[in-house]
Design a protein. Structure first.
Length: 398
């Protein structure tokens, strides 16, 4: 059991490292090409078929970059394809999802106080919803609905918010946030794998065959690239949200996701307009600030089903100690007794009065003001116990 836990932890580290590095490469190149595409300028002396050019300076050198509207008359000997960054991001992310959320579903994917699922049921629900959501998006794009940009964007937003609401009533808060992030990430990578790269290859094949490429292929790829551009910032927040219990494990977690899904695209709109050379829409930052304040206020609303005024007497430290020792110390102890845990998570010990007082704020953040801990509520901490801890923290001014 010890070696199984150690191997799982190392697999999680290696996959997370690979996932982050690949994502940096993918998102970095995506942002660069969006900036490049929007900053291209038409010139009189450009070769035939060239849409525009941009001059750039980096690393002590000057670069002249030109974009063909469809493709050059003859293909160069070498082409650089930007695809493996996206593929590696998804493959490593899905493997990480299996290691963290599927193999430890009872801790991170299931919350029996929300819905009493078995780990297998939760895993199948997660995988099934991932596939179905992508199929619905792909069908909508291929049907031509995506040509109507504003209605499609509004419909997609409502679709994602609706999924988030449903997930927060089936999975744990952490699992729900990860699930909606995984769906958006899958849509983005599938856009590269199923549309952007195949269409580019068809264009190349047509040129090599001496045929004129279909401009619709390039337009379809561009459309999916724009979708990815506006989805990038929300998916980053969702992927790192598991470190912030006041986001995913509080009463209005699905509303917080709804705000994030709105803020990401409008922030990208600001930069896109600047890249085009248009007047900067400074109102975006006012909206972003208002959204962040709203998220802060919502995150302070406490856990779902929180009770107020339910305590007949003032809580004491002895009450809190009894709760922590019975609900938390089996993992957060010098010698954890939970089956799959070898050392106390993050090195946090809660097995003595001194340790409990030292980590009082962390206890509040994870177990009183949110329901992040115990993970999946595996030790069945009650709402009254969370309320008591919160009241003790408030009384002590913590």
């Amino acid at each position: 059991m010890m070696w199984e836990s150690i191997l799982t932890e190392w697999a999680s580290l290696i996959l997370r490292w690979l996932h982050v590095v690949a994502a940096v490469g993918w998102i970095g190149s995506s942002f660069y090409f969006i900036h490049l595409d929007l900053s291209l300028q038409p010139r009189r002396d450009l070769p035939e078929g060239v849409y525009g050019e941009a001059w750039q300076v980096h690393g002590g050198g000057f670069y002249r970059i030109m974009k063909y509207l469809v493709a050059p008359a003859s293909m160069p000997d070498e082409l650089t394809w930007f695809k493996w960054e996206a593929y590696t991001t998804w493959l490593s992310g899905f493997a990480l999802m299996v290691v963290v959320y599927y193999l430890d579903a009872e801790l991170f994917l299931v919350d029996k106080s929300i819905l009493n699922l078995t780990p297998l049921q939760a895993g199948m629900f997660s995988l099934g919803s991932l596939i179905i959501a992508w199929l619905l998006y792909e069908g909508a794009c291929r049907s031509g609905l995506a040509r109507h940009e504003l209605p499609f964007a509004i419909g997609g937003y409502v679709f994602l918010v609706g999924l988030t609401y449903a997930f927060t009533h089936v999975l744990s808060g952490r699992g729900a946030f990860n699930q909606i992030g995984a769906i958006i990430g899958t849509i983005m990578v599938a856009n590269v794998f199923a549309t952007i790269i195949p269409n580019q290859k068809k264009i190349v094949a047509a040129l090599l065959a001496g045929q004129k490429p279909d401009p619709e292929l390039g337009l379809a790829g561009k459309q999916r690239s724009v979708h990815n551009n506006y989805l990038t910032l929300p998916v980053i927040v969702l992927m790192i949200s598991n470190h912030y219990p006041l986001l995913f494990a509080t009463r209005y977690n699905w509303v917080i996701v709804a705000i994030v899904l709105a803020l990401g695209p409008i922030i990208r709109h600001f930069f896109n307009e600047r890249h085009k050379g248009h007047k900067s829409p400074w109102w975006v930052w006012g909206a972003a600030a208002a959204g962040m304040i709203a998220i802060m206020l919502l995150s302070a609303a406490g856990p779902r089903n929180a009770t107020t005024g339910a305590l007949s007497t003032a809580p004491t430290f002895a009450n809190v100690q009894d709760i922590v020792l019975s609900r938390c110390s089996m993992c957060h102890g010098a010698e954890p007794v939970w089956e799959s845990i070898v050392t106390a998570p993050k090195g946090i010990l809660l097995d003595t009065p001194e340790h409990i007082r030292r980590n009082a704020r962390l206890i509040g953040r994870n177990a009183a003001w949110s329901t992040a801990m115990p993970p999946g509520n595996v030790t069945e901490m009650t709402t009254q116990e969370r309320t008591l801890i919160a009241a003790w923290l408030a009384a002590d001014g913590l």
